[in-house]
Design a protein around this ligand. Structure first.
Ligand SMILES: *[C@@H]1O[C@H](CO)[C@@H](O)[C@H](O)[C@H]1NC(C)=O
Ligand SMILES: *[C@@H]1O[C@H](CO)[C@@H](O)[C@H](O)[C@H]1NC(C)=O
Length: 462
């Protein structure tokens, strides 16, 4: 099913019944209104593109699964003081991206000689939080959801250096089921030392204890990092990471017997609450999703610890027009889906084509004459102040096997101010990274055993 905004969906429903009715009588079928997306444009309230500062989620988003909140959003309840500025967000986003790029550059033929893959490096923080518990009785922690890394860790007592913003530490001595070291595969070793893209670090030991996701989903002897010495900016309100990559210690691997390596998420807008589902709860959404194959990335063996999820992106459309970018542009080193990168990065050639088509489609709107601030990675911005609505071209990501992901609203535009609303994409050297801004409010299902990723839905709350 196509991904439609709710008003469009209703329109289509109405329209299809009308169509059934009319097509019996008239041969010339009326064209869909320009306002309603069928010709590739959506009439979008400008206010809907701006950040919201009040949580509008009534209770929790989905009726099941682990609630997900945006770290700095009003629904996270993390009591952080000040959301980061766009410059800070983009700065971190750039360091995450250059970090991911560097991992792939290791596999470029000219670099293979000089680089031994560094499995100790992990990515920088992400933006979405979930609560899980460790120990017996359970101690609850707020972790950053990260498909770009595999190790799950939280801060432990006693800690030498603790994250300032975090409020909680796992206390092994208060758990009846904690064990240190011996439960860990010998290939892994007892200590872990992770350096993230922004030079944040977490150093500690591995331990095992019961992990509780939901009350019925309890995993004894779950292996996780017990951080004793943590430094850097993992973001306010976070106590650690939930690694959902493809590595050996990933939550996905460790829960495979029950969940068959399937999970899905809906990353919420800042004013709503999403959900993280595992196993059958995730699979039950399959019929409403479009699937594309998971493919192997370059240098797979060295990347196992982070285990990025690679897919095949073939082309992009803007306002119903294919850009006809050769798919080879996206193929080397490839396209990853990442929950932690904010803004989608495209190889320069693809980004230039997207930008040109977007500008053409937005020609009737004035460009923002506000100066681009240092560190701002978005370069195609419009001044929509004083306007109620904007006719936004839909951007479609065409993935392999006919999985078309339709983007509109906040998945197309980023900005804090109506006088400067920007195309929410940026260029990159070679790697394509599908960021979380483009995934917001979509259901994304990772069926690792089935070798596929599904996209669909609209809105996290059901
Ligand atoms: C952790 O790894 C980093 C980078 O490899 C290194 O600089 C640091 O000394 C290590 N720390 C510990 C405590 O092992
Ligand atoms: C946006 O447009 C308004 C007039 O519609 C103008 O007053 C303002 O200076 C413009 N701002 C930017 C950043 O372009």
């Amino acid at each position: 099913m196509a991904i439609l905004c709710p008003s469009t969906a209703i329109y289509h429903l109405l329209f299809s019944s009308l169509l059934l009715f009319f097509s019996c009588y008239v041969s010339a079928i009326p064209v869909y209104g320009a306002e309603e997306g069928k010709d590739g444009f959506h009439s979008t309230p400008v206010s809907s593109l701006l950040p919201k500062n009040k949580c509008s989620a009534s209770a929790r988003g989905g009726s099941q699964g682990l609630p997900i909140t945006q770290k700095y959003g009003p629904c996270s309840g993390s009591g952080h003081s000040q959301p980061p500025s766009p410059q800070e967000i983009f700065g971190r986003d750039e360091s995450r991206v250059s970090f991911i790029n560097s991992k792939f550059n290791q596999y470029a033929p000219e670099n293979l000689k000089d680089h031994t893959p560094n499995n100790k490096l992990f990515d920088e923080d992400g933006n979405f939080l979930v609560d899980v518990a460790f120990g017996t009785p359970p101690q609850k922690f707020t972790l950053i959801l990260d498909t770009g890394s595999s190790i799950t860790w939280t801060q432990c007592k006693p800690c030498v250096r603790c994250l300032k913003a975090s409020r909680r530490h796992f206390d092994p001595s208060a758990s009846l089921t904690y064990s240190l070291g011996s439960c860990i595969p010998s290939t892994v070793g007892n200590t872990y030392n992770m350096t993230y893209g922004d030079k944040s670090t977490s150093v500690g030991n591995y331990g095992c204890d019961t992990m509780t996701l939901e009350h019925s989903d309890v995993f004894p002897k779950f292996q996780f990092g017990c951080g004793r010495n943590n430094e850097g900016d993992f973001g306010s309100g976070a106590d650690g990471m939930l690694g959902l990559g493809q590595g050996q210690l990933s939550t996905v691997s460790q829960t495979a017997s029950k969940f068959k390596k399937v999970f899905s998420y809906c990353l919420p807008e800042e004013d709503s609450i999403g959900s993280l589902l595992f196993g059958e709860k995730a699979t039950s959404q399959s019929s409403s999703l479009k699937f594309t194959s998971l493919v192997n990335g370059p240098g797979t063996s060295g990347l196992e610890e982070s285990g990025y999820y690679f897919v095949k992106l073939l082309d992009i459309s803007v306002g119903n027009k294919r850009l006809n970018i050769p798919s080879s542009v996206f193929a080397s080193p490839g396209t990853i889906i990442d929950s932690g990168t904010v803004i989608t990065r495209l190889p320069q050639r693809a980004y230039s084509a997207l930008k040109a088509a977007f500008k053409k489609a937005m020609a009737k709107y004035p460009l923002s004459n506000g100066r681009r601030k240092k560190g701002d990675i978005l370069d195609t911005c419009y001044n929509l102040s004083g306007r109620k609505d904007v006719l936004l071209p839909e951007i479609v990501l065409h993935f392999g096997e006919g999985a078309d992901v339709r983007l509109n609203g906040k998945r197309v535009i980023w900005g804090n101010d109506a006088s400067r609303l920007c195309l929410a994409f940026a260029g990159n050297s070679e790697l394509t990274i599908i960021g979380n801004r483009q995934q917001v409010s979509l259901t994304v299902l990772y069926d690792i055993q089935g070798g596929r990723i599904g996209f669909g839905g609209n809105g996290c709350s059901k």
